[in-house]
Design a protein around this ligand. Structure first.
Ligand SMILES: [Zn+2]
Length: 300
């Protein structure tokens, strides 16, 4: 696979990194100066408090919000980096609502930080559409082509604007489109065939099937039971009332494609222009042009 050539203009990149570092230092100093001992001691107008409240109230991400509160109370925001393992449900709700979080950060930012919010909006939108395509069991040749283009945009945007490209970003940029194409050629199906979602639900179902089995023929009987329940009975019109699994849910909310109120990205759109203020913004056009060209422009 040929590597993608990207020319990085370090002075511009350094400016972006520098601004982010300054902001981090300012926030840390602010926290240290005021000697907040826990999250509950932070003022209501603090960006972190507003962010956590939005995770709770708007995004249905209470587990992530609680983890941030615990992390802050333990480290005061100046110790070890925050890390979090997203569950399938968390990933879905994050991709549904990321624009509200970006809007919140954007309203609290200025200068280069605002540029950074627009870049993040573009990267998250690419990621949402990529996840939607690579989670599908059934995918057309046209969609495989769209996935490849999105993965390239995502990888290039991370190369151009982020401080570093981690192995996950590289994998999404290069391995996911190639693997999806390979699955499509070999089996006629998408990468969703390899989905690891719903493992807990599958374990519960298997435990239920194993209840009335003979010890020596347990697995044979479990698979027989599974086949009868999921395929044989369904083929004859029975057992159709199973709860819809998370694997069959979409990562792109319906209101993004069929509502007059919401833009494709999920944010509230301007009624006269048909898209939201982020998608309409000239920084978005500039970001898209730079990503397509694979290089930054001097005007940013
Ligand atoms: Zn939009």
């Amino acid at each position: 696979m040929a590597p993608v050539e990207i020319k990085l203009r370090m002075p511009v990149l350094e400016k972006i990194r520098f601004a982010r570092k300054i902001r981090l230092v300012e926030n840390r100093l602010k926290v240290a100066t005021n000697s907040f001992s826990s999250f509950s001691g932070l003022p209501n107008n603090c960006a972190l408090v507003k962010y956590v409240e939005a995770l709770w109230s708007k995004c249905n991400l209470s587990r992530l919000a609680n983890k941030i509160v615990r992390w802050f109370s333990d480290t005061k925001g100046s110790g070890k980096e925050f890390d979090y393992r997203f569950t399938g449900r968390d990933s879905r709700f994050f991709l549904y609502n990321f624009m509200y979080l970006i809007d919140l950060l954007d309203s609290d930012s200025q200068g280069l930080e605002k540029n950074y919010c627009h870049v993040q909006a573009f990267i998250c939108l690419c990621l949402r559409d990529i996840v939607s395509y690579f989670s599908r069991l059934e995918i057309s040749d046209e969609e495989v082509g769209k996935l490849k283009a999105l993965c390239l945009d995502y990888f290039r945007a991370n190369c151009l604007y982020q401080a570093k490209v981690n192995p996950t970003v590289w994998t999404i940029g290069h391995v996911v489109p190639a693997h999806t194409l390979d699955m499509k050629k070999k089996y006629g199906l998408g990468l969703g065939l390899n989905s690891m979602e719903g493992r807990e639900a599958k374990h519960i179902a298997i435990a239920k099937y194993s209840t009335n089995t003979n010890y020596h023929k347990r697995w044979e009987q479990i698979f027989l039971h599974e086949f009868v329940s999921l395929i044989w009975l369904r083929g004859r019109g029975y057992n159709l009332d199973y709860e819809k699994t998370s694997c069959s849910s979409s990562y792109i909310p319906k209101h993004c494609t069929n509502s007059d109120l919401f833009c494709y990205c999920g944010f509230v759109k301007n009624s006269t222009e048909g898209i939201c203020r982020f998608c309409r913004h000239n920084k978005r056009q500039q970001t898209q042009a730079e990503v397509k060209a694979g290089k930054l422009t001097s005007t940013r």
